[in-house]
Design a protein around this ligand. Structure first.
Ligand code: ATP
Ligand code: MG
Ligand code: MG
Ligand code: MG
Length: 484
């Protein structure tokens, strides 16, 4: 079943069950405190925390998400993408635990001919909070889950809250047993890597009010008047299961980029999620990162040196470098990006409308990175050789000065230096690098202050006047700027 069909069935099912169907909001959240949309519930937060009244009692969506905290897992687990789509259904004071659990079971195990997903209920496992008697009753008595497949967890492992006083509640997580070839028996509780018991759907039952406190140190101080349901199912995870693949990088929306990377590099990809051959991991990283970059640029993100722009820059750079490690030194995005666009466009037609701009931004970023690499790689190689030859206790460590030069003169961000150094088997003296950076910042601050006090450099204003073809009045610094 194609991913687009799984998404269609989701919306169909919840539409038929009276949910308002909502479009995905952009990856860039309107809330500046959140870098990216990380879950389906993000646009519904005001309704869930109760600061706004929901316009409908129930809603459903398939939300584009970016999770940068999963970047190191990409290509190594079966199930982590930096970009993925979260299918969600939500109730704002309407149905609660029983409704949400029944919907989930029905949609997952209902027959394919009825527009559902046709999973074998005997392979599903559910984890709940150890004190959630209501959930236990629903899963065992109402739904008829095998008691051996219900596992109970302490609050630290299965509770949702925002980290602040406000709504909180237990979850029920639904996992699929992929079989003995993926690990020992014992259910999701024992499977710390999540290889055999794949987490596919998280149901959050938002029913309590939590008090102040940090981490897991807080108390539940009451019940919510309007209990809410917030669920998230990983579209790519369900897709790889239904497509009979081993991981999310091999589904119809992602794998074509791996196929193109194989062709470009002349290397063969091994299906499955072994990490034994680093080339396989690299191809999975390439496919993931190219898709994430595509979707981020489409949503208006532009490469930059901090915040969202830096995440995009890092994704492009990792994709390009992974291809270099596969032996491809020519530009790669002009080949790979169109492949990813073609795979995603059926679900995101705006990728076609915005295609010219997307290409320009992506290819310019690769070009600029190619220039950075060609300027700095020799210097890095020399620094690595020096690190390996050192006779002191810093043997095998690239010095802070070298990392600083690479940053300051060649535009190598520190994480690039660290990543490339690791590939050559050496570490980087990050602490020394950071203190050199701090010294430089202090120097820059002092210089700027000197300039403001005395010799104000007005050449930029003259340049600007030349460009706009007229006089630009230099009003000088305001007091506020001078004392800043
Ligand atoms: P995991 O434990 O596997 O990292 P999670 O508990 O962090 O998943 P949730 O925050 O509960 O995930 O998100 C809801 C659902 O979204 C998950 O059950 C999963 O199906 C999907 N999901 C979460 N993170 C990713 C990701 N990085 N790539 C693909 N799907 C994801
Ligand atoms: Mg996670
Ligand atoms: Mg989890
Ligand atoms: Mg979860």
């Amino acid at each position: 079943m194609r991913t687009a069909e799984i998404r269609r069935r989701w919306l169909d099912f919840f539409g038929k069950n009276d949910h308002q169907l909502c479009d995905s909001v952009p990856l860039v959240s309107s809330d500046p405190s959140i870098l990216f949309t990380i879950a389906g519930m993000v646009p519904f937060i005001p309704y869930i925390v109760g600061t706004e009244k929901a316009p409908w009692p129930r809603a459903a969506s398939v939300q584009k998400c970016i999770r940068t905290n999963d970047i190191d897992e990409v290509g190594k687990t079966t199930r982590h993408g930096t970009f993925f789509q979260m299918c969600g259904n939500f109730s704002f004071g309407d149905y609660f635990k029983e409704g949400a659990s029944r919907y989930a079971w029905d949609l997952l195990t209902g027959s394919l001919d009825d527009g559902k997903y046709g999973l074998d209920g005997d392979k599903l496992w559910v984890t709940i909070w150890e004190h959630d008697d209501e959930a236990r009753r629903i899963w065992l008595n109402d739904i008829g889950l095998d008691p051996a497949h219900l596992q109970e967890l302490p609050r630290e492992e299965i509770f949702w809250h925002t980290g602040q006083p406000g709504p909180a509640g237990p979850c029920a997580e639904i996992h699929l047993d992929r079989g003995p070839e993926y690990g020992p028996e014992g259910g999701p509780e024992a499977d710390t890597k999540g290889d055999r018991y794949l987490e596919i759907w998280n149901l959050v039952f938002d029913e309590f009010l939590r008090g102040p406190g940090t981490g897991n140190d807080y108390e539940l101080i009451g019940d919510l008047d309007a209990k809410c349901i917030d669920t998230g199912l990983g579209l790519e995870r369900l897709a790889f299961v239904l497509q009979g693949k081993d991981n999310m990088y091999e589904i119809d929306e992602v794998f074509p980029v791996i196929a193109a990377a194989q062709e470009m590099s002349g290397k063969t990809y091994t299906l499955g999620t072994t990490t034994a051959n680093p080339d396989d991991v690299r191809m999975r990283i390439v496919a993931d990162h190219v898709r994430s970059a595509l979707m981020l640029i489409n949503d208006g993100v532009r490469p930059g040196n901090d915040g969202r722009g830096y995440v995009l820059r890092r994704l492009v750079r990792r994709a390009v470098r992974s291809m270099r490690l596969l032996g491809v030194t020519d530009p790669v995005l002009p080949t790979l990006l169109p492949v990813s666009q073609a795979a995603m466009a059926p679900s995101y037609p705006d990728l076609v409308e915005n295609w010219d701009v997307i290409q320009q931004v992506a290819y310019a970023e690769e070009e600029s990175f190619r220039r950075t690499l060609s300027a700095g790689t020799t210097i890095l190689d020399q620094a690595v050789s020096r690190a390996k030859e050192r006779g002191d206790d810093q043997r095998g460590v690239v010095s802070g000065e070298d990392a600083f030069t690479l940053h300051d003169t060649y535009g190598f961000p520190i994480d690039l230096t660290i990543e490339m150094a690791h590939e050559s088997g050496v570490e980087v003296d990050e602490a020394a690098f950071r203190s050199l950076m701090e010294e430089q910042r202090t120097r820059a601050r002092t210089d700027a202050l000197e300039k403001k006090r005395g010799h104000v450099d007005t050449h930029v204003y003259h340049d600007l006047a030349d460009k706009v073809g007229g006089a630009v009045t230099f009003l000088g610094y305001t007091d506020a700027e001078c004392t800043a």
